[in-house]
Design a protein around this ligand. Structure first.
Ligand SMILES: Cc1ncc(COP(=O)(O)O)c(C=O)c1O
Length: 489
């Protein structure tokens, strides 16, 4: 199976087809996904479990790319799914994943969704104690007993990543504050239709370091012991998703953060010629803790990790946690808890590097103190990630791909929508030569969330098509491009 998504050339190959073929058969912008990489990613996680902790369960986070052919791949690879809405659940079920392998997440599930989940026998991840009370009422009405995990948050993990992708701290709408859980465990007898079988945490997305995971695993295992001591049985520990993607290599990440810091320092001296961040913010050097800028410490989201994807799982299983003041290997601690199922819910790490986006260059100009700006014939709504994060990614000009100028062409990237927040890259991207109108830009790592997160037909531009290339010559339309009628009627 050929796993290379992009093979550079004057007419490069993308997911098994030349760029000229994609241009001839599809309108741009276009989101392309490549099945062999999705499979490879799922298998890699499963392999780690098989080797180090066979009681592991991979539940693909459907929200990362909710299309039936994608969920079918997860099913064929013997994975379950994390679903967070009725339609995600329906899509997973229609793809063949049995209800018993679906984990229902969400901080505000509707009654009809809970009813459906209980009826079909999904695993419900209760967001909070209040939700458990509601689940008890519904399960009693349905005369069913339901297996529930309680989602925990409120951890003191320090500055893990940018707030926009952190879901386990104090200020989060998700989960139950850790501190209240021990007392709650002692009241579980009052539930006759809810069986709490374990605990869940999703720290956030793109968690690049092992420490927050290890800390959370220790807390979840501690709660597991409390549950066992209270007469229950901890059968599942679910550590959510967040497994990071290595968007750029180490030296590019270092160069990028250095340029951001230097640009900001120059801006503070009144020199705007070095700006690397649109509008001259400190980006990840700004600290949420003391509201100051620390140019020696990046506290924002990181786009490089020493432990990308399944390597993070490996590092966690081989790592050590602290329980009752003593260090113990994660795997050993799980065994001592009675070998619960260890569930993970990876989304980004399964999909992100399986996808690329193609968009045509419309305008190349200079703005604000002679910085280059490339405007694409695509809006930020087709690259929704940039609305909540400032991703650092690999970009290139896809056509005449091997032509290289002596120096990279540095530019901010804007979209074509009529609002000034429509900046697709607020960090400068480095292109291999100066682009011109009609060139095709390829953005790497757009397989998860990016194409759907805020997809809309803003300004009545159509939402682009999403295509899955199977790697065996097959092409599947995941979502068709909007027509005029889809947009205005
Ligand atoms: C509960 C839960 N699990 C898993 C995920 C997947 O996270 P990621 O795509 O970072 O792996 C998410 C993402 O928001 C989530 O909310």
């Amino acid at each position: 199976m050929k796993n290379e998504l992009f093979i550079p050339d004057s007419d490069p190959t993308i997911a098994g087809y030349p760029l000229s073929w994609w241009k001839k058969h599809h309108e741009l912008p276009l989101h392309i996904f490549y099945e062999p990489i999705i499979r490879q990613n799922l298998r890699a996680f499963k392999c780690i479990f098989e080797r180090l902790y066979p009681k592991g369960q991979v539940c693909f986070a459907a929200k990362a790319c909710t299309h039936k052919p994608v969920l079918k791949i997860a099913h064929q690879e013997d994975c379950g799914a994390d679903v967070a809405s009725y339609n995600e659940a329906r899509c997973a079920l229609e793809a063949g994943i049995p209800a018993s392998k679906l984990d229902l997440n969400g901080n505000c599930k509707e009654d009809f969704l809970l009813r459906k989940a209980i009826d079909l026998g999904m695993n419900v991840i209760a967001d909070c104690i209040e939700e458990i009370e509601q689940i008890e009422i519904i399960a009693r009405e349905q005369k069913k007993r339901v297996r529930v995990l309680l989602r925990i948050s409120g951890y003191d993990l320090g500055q893990v990543t940018d707030d926009s992708v952190f879901t386990a701290g104090l200020w989060t709408k998700f989960g139950t504050p850790l501190g209240v859980v021990p007392d709650f465990i002692n009241t579980l007898d009052r539930f006759t239709h809810v069986q709490v079988v374990g605990f869940h945490t999703h720290i956030g997305s793109q968690i690049t370091k092992v420490e927050p995971y290890l800390s959370v695993i220790a807390q979840l295992i501690t709660l597991g012991h409390l549950l066992n001591q209270a007469g229950g049985r901890c059968e599942v520990i679910n550590i959510g998703g967040g497994f990071p993607v290595r968007y750029v290599d180490k030296s590019t990440w270092h160069d990028t953060t250095t340029r951001i810091g230097e640009g900001y320092a120059a801006f503070r001296r009144g020199d705007l010629s070095k700006s690397f961040v649109w509008h001259d913010g400190p980006a990840g050097f700004g600290s949420d803790d003391d509201f100051h800028v620390h140019l020696d410490h990046w506290s924002g989201e990181r786009f490089y990790s020493e432990h990308p994807k399944e390597k993070m799982l490996e590092a966690l299983l081989l790592g050590e946690i602290t329980l009752d003041g003593k260090k113990i290997m994660t795997v050993e601690a799980l065994r001592q808890l009675g070998e619960p199922t260890l569930t993970i819910e990876p989304g980004r790490s399964i999909m992100e590097d399986s996808g690329v986006t193609l968009a045509r260059v419309g305008i190349v100009k200079t703005v604000a103190h002679h910085h280059n700006l490339v405007c694409l014939e695509m809006g930020i709504t087709s690259h929704g990630e940039s609305l909540i994060e400032k991703p650092v990614k690999r970009w290139e000009i896809a056509n005449e791909n091997t032509t290289r100028a002596a120096k990279p062409f540095e530019a901010f990237i804007g979209g074509n929508l009529c609002f000034s927040g429509d900046m697709i890259s607020k960090y400068k991207v480095l292109l291999q030569r100066p682009p011109k109108r009609g060139d095709i830009i390829l953005i790497h790592h757009t397989g998860a969330y990016t194409s759907s997160l805020f997809a809309s037909a803003s300004n009545s531009y159509p939402r682009p098509a999403r295509i899955l290339a199977t790697g065996e010559g097959g092409i599947e339309l995941l979502k068709k491009r909007d027509s005029y009628h889809d947009i205005v009627e």
